[in-house]
Design a protein around this ligand. Structure first.
Ligand SMILES: Cc1cc2nc3c(=O)[nH]c(=O)nc-3n(C[C@H](O)[C@H](O)[C@H](O)COP(=O)(O)O)c2cc1C
Length: 184
């Protein structure tokens, strides 16, 4: 079961620098794409996340219709669909059906959550800055939730492995915590 995470703590859902799946659009017409260019900013009120998107992405066309998006965190079990939705465009095809991912209604925003993902940041875009062929989106998190079994204020990597992009078709998995000052 997913628990609500206070928005002031929401950044810990993506702090690990993981690959995320971003949804845009509405429940009636949505699309999903993979992102590795994401970062939380250390602010808690409001919680801010940065995304860098190529302006040609179809998902971005949908995002711009309501200026809302959802950042979804997949685990290792979603490696194949995560790569797939980052390699094909949803222009003209239903990427949810093709990848086996399930859109479900979000709590606050119009784009759906990806049900199979363990964490979700529902966001509204507050600023856009052009960076050559890309846009830097400054997003305010308006609702956050995470799978309670896997998240105790941060991901528990022994139970839930986030994906980290390594180039081409290679990904890394985060599999354990180490503690500063602790013996290992
Ligand atoms: C691991 C991975 C990370 C990616 N990161 C980004 C990113 O940060 N920004 C971006 O614009 N595209 C990124 N892409 C590319 C898009 O996900 C890809 O072009 C996708 O097919 C766009 O789908 P759409 O046309 O349906 O929106 C990434 C792809 C992969 C596989």
């Amino acid at each position: 079961m997913k628990k609500e995470v206070p928005v002031s703590q929401a950044k810990w859902i993506i702090e690990a620098g993981c690959v995320v799946l971003v949804t845009g659009g509405t429940m009636e017409h949505a699309n999903v794409m993979t992102f590795s260019w994401q970062t939380p900013v250390h602010t808690s009120n409001p919680c801010i996340v940065l995304l860098v998107v190529n302006r040609i992405r179809y998902t971005y066309e949908l995002i711009k219709q309501n200026n809302e998006l959802v950042i979804n965190v997949p685990g290792a079990d979603l490696l194949e669909p995560t790569h797939l939705v980052g390699c094909v465009t949803g222009r003209g095809i239903d990427k949810f059906a093709k990848s086996g991912l399930t859109p479900v209604a979000a709590n606050v925003v119009q784009p759906p959550l990806v049900a199979e993902c363990a964490g979700h940041l529902e966001c509204r875009i507050v600023e856009v800055h052009p960076v050559q062929s890309h846009d830097l989106l400054i997003c305010e998190v308006v609702h956050a939730s995470a799978e309670e079994e896997f998240f105790d204020g941060a991901w528990i990597p022994e139970k839930f492995h986030t994906l980290h992009y390594m180039h081409g078709t290679k990904y890394g998995l985060l599999t354990r915590r180490v503690e500063v000052g602790g013996r290992d």
